[in-house]
Design a protein around this ligand. Sequence first.
Ligand code: AMP
Length: 493
Amino acid sequence: MTNLYAELDGVFLEHAEQDCLRLLDGTVWRYEDLRNLVARIAKLLLQQGVEPGDRVVVQVEKSAENLALYLATLCVGGVYVPLNTAYTAAELEYFVGDAEPALFVGSEPRSDVDSFTLQADGSGSLMDALDPNVPPMRVVARSADDLAAILYTSGTTGRSKGAMLSHGNLSTNAHSLCEAWGWQADDVLLHALPIFHVHGLFIASHCALLNGTPMLWLSKFSVAEVSAALAQCTVMMGVPTFYTRLLADADFPRTKLDHIRVFICGSAPLTEQVFSEWEARTGHRILERYGMSETIINTTNPLHGERVPATVGFPLPRLELRIADENGHELPVGEVGAIEVRGPSVFSGYWRMPEKTAEEIRADGFFITGDLGLVDEEGRLSIVGRAKDLVISGGYNVYPKEIESILDDMPEVSESAVIGVPHVDFGEGVVAVVVPSGEDVDFAQVETALTGQLARFKQPKAVVNVSSLPRNTMGKVQKNLLRQQFAELLTED
Ligand code: AMP
């Protein structure tokens, strides 16, 4: 039986009395409570005709019931398809059409598919429709290659792609993470991430669930709630925005954080400044790791051993990672190239997009992640950016991160994003978009900061000031929006 839920169910039984979810309002879900709800939802899913391989599309606010719905879908052999709550009705149309679910659970019922809202409100929601009795647990047998989930990637260009993840993908990655991060029986995880994304749903939750340890379950991130909750936790997993927002609170931390075992960060680049400031304020060196919807986690800084800022550490056991040229040939140590990975956690392809799958998974099984990076002599990986964010100016490759790191070091700059926009002579020209820390930053200031540090061709041809950078819910800067906004900057007269 390789249904991931079968293994989790064993853990839940063993830890029946242990707290699973601690909510801010004081409600506690023990493992037994979660397991009972999973059994009841699983029964309803079966009654609704959800068969192995059927998709269950879910777009709801984070809650304990939402977690149980995910687990119940695994339990009956369904394929869980979580959607970002920010998606609009028009976007939802695409996802429902593409996934063709047997069931949809969302904030409003739909007419084109069997659907429920989630929370009990007396109006026939999924929670209202459950049998009050707890049926015996029956986990549907699945093989390691059978689909467990489809995660639609944030897709900043073109149609969003559904990454197909199997029970085997989820299970191997979860076990590797528990090992890499030394999960302990007395760990308490601060969980303030959304659970429609790989980070909150798989990376964070699975570590706690596989060990039968408690999670402090926050419906969303807030500086005040997270600061207070840290007193009761030993591990926090967050995106860089969590860390920058906490640091922006001059009183943070209000209490000592010596009891915290590890702060883990990923989903977007963590700057060296944030890393250092966090260490100065809390005494902790953030453990940065690198992952994605298609592969869950690829690499991590070590739990024991040097955590090097601006690097994302070493590949997880069983993951092969190479830096390759455009033909998939491995490049020498220290050279920048495409990050490619192969291993048991790597997805099998994009849902109903065989051409995209063939473009991104090579014949030898390596997946072209779309990220660019380099590996040093020790084997540590550094990410230099997304391949599609690479700027090619006058035939030269310009890696935005190299410029951003220097800009971010300027006291006048709070944060920055470097993009390439059309330029008559050079094809693309470099533009620095900066959020000033005080007065607007002008071109001459940037020029002074970069001259002597960066070759001329890498230096911005224009500097624009903005009040904030556009970010998605996971804290990733949406450079596509900046490229659109400033598309004509270097071609205007
Ligand atoms: P998603 O599939 O939404 O999780 O996005 C995955 C992408 O996030 C990766 O391909 C990287 O570009 C980026 N990413 C994740 N973790 C890191 C990290 N630690 N540093 C830099 N970029 C990261």
